[in-house]
Design a protein around this ligand. Structure first.
Ligand code: ZN
Length: 143
């Protein structure tokens, strides 16, 4: 199996069996982002306790890349501190614009393959931009 095939499998697996996807998702912080170019929609809910992301869940619809990226994002940032989660979101943003991450990001590396298709970059970044937005709203309220 080539690396591209492996990455495609990871994305399809998250698309078919999304992690932390809940219908009518609710949380202390809730944001909705969409990507009209593709028709992707994402509702993201984040609960922060003691400066850590105690719960991150999403609901949404759209292309496989947008939904798989959301699933991968919720899995990756669960339990992280707000700063670490923001740092990871920035690393992913840079990766989608062609800058390879300094360390191996595991399954998240599958998103790097998407960077080859500029029209798909917004799909892959939708969940990460929603996360940034949600964490921005948490400023001051996380104790
Ligand atoms: Zn899309």
């Amino acid at each position: 199996m080539s690396v591209d095939d492996l990455y495609r499998e990871i994305i399809l697996d998250h698309y078919r069996s999304p992690r932390n996807k809940r219908r009518g998702v609710e949380g202390a912080i809730a944001v909705k982002h969409d990507n009209p170019l593709c028709g992707d929609e994402l509702h993201l809910a984040v609960d922060i306790k003691g400066g850590e992301l105690a719960d991150v869940a999403f609901d949404g619809k759209g292309c496989s890349i947008s939904q798989a990226s959301a699933s991968m994002m919720t899995e990756a940032v669960q339990g992280k501190t707000v700063d670490d989660a923001l740092g990871l979101a920035e690393t992913i943003r840079l990766m989608m614009h062609g800058e390879s991450p300094a360390s191996d990001l595991g399954d998240l590396m599958a998103l790097e393959g998407v960077a080859k298709f500029p029209v798909r970059v917004k799909c892959a970044l939708l969940a990460w931009m929603a996360l940034k937005d949600a964490l921005g709203q948490a400023d001051g309220s996380s104790s």
